[in-house]
Design a protein around this ligand. Structure first.
Ligand code: FES
Length: 86
């Protein structure tokens, strides 16, 4: 499951994919929200609506928020994958 999440995050980071389909929220919008001070899922949810409906985006959104908080989106794919297993 963790490997699948890692692979999904790598794809998301390279494609600016939609994370929350219900609210049409993209990866870059979540990263921007974190950079603007929303540092947890509750805060990002209030800001963007992530996870407010079906909830299927919550796990990926949480992982993405943690990566964005660590400014790890500037790292290479390999470094990103390793950081998620720590
Ligand atoms: S995909 Fe995010 S609430 Fe449904």
């Amino acid at each position: 499951m963790l490997m699948l999440l890692q692979l999904l995050l790598i794809i998301i980071y390279n494609c600016n994919m939609y994370i929350c389909i219900c609210n049409a929220v993209t990866e870059s919008e979540i990263v921007s929200s974190v950079q603007n001070g929303n540092e947890n899922l509750d805060s990002v949810s209030v800001n963007l609506g992530v996870g407010m409906y079906c909830g299927s985006c919550v796990q990926v959104a949480k992982a993405l928020i943690e990566v964005a908080k660590g400014d790890e989106h500037k790292r290479s794919r390999t470094q990103l994958a390793h950081s998620l297993t720590d």
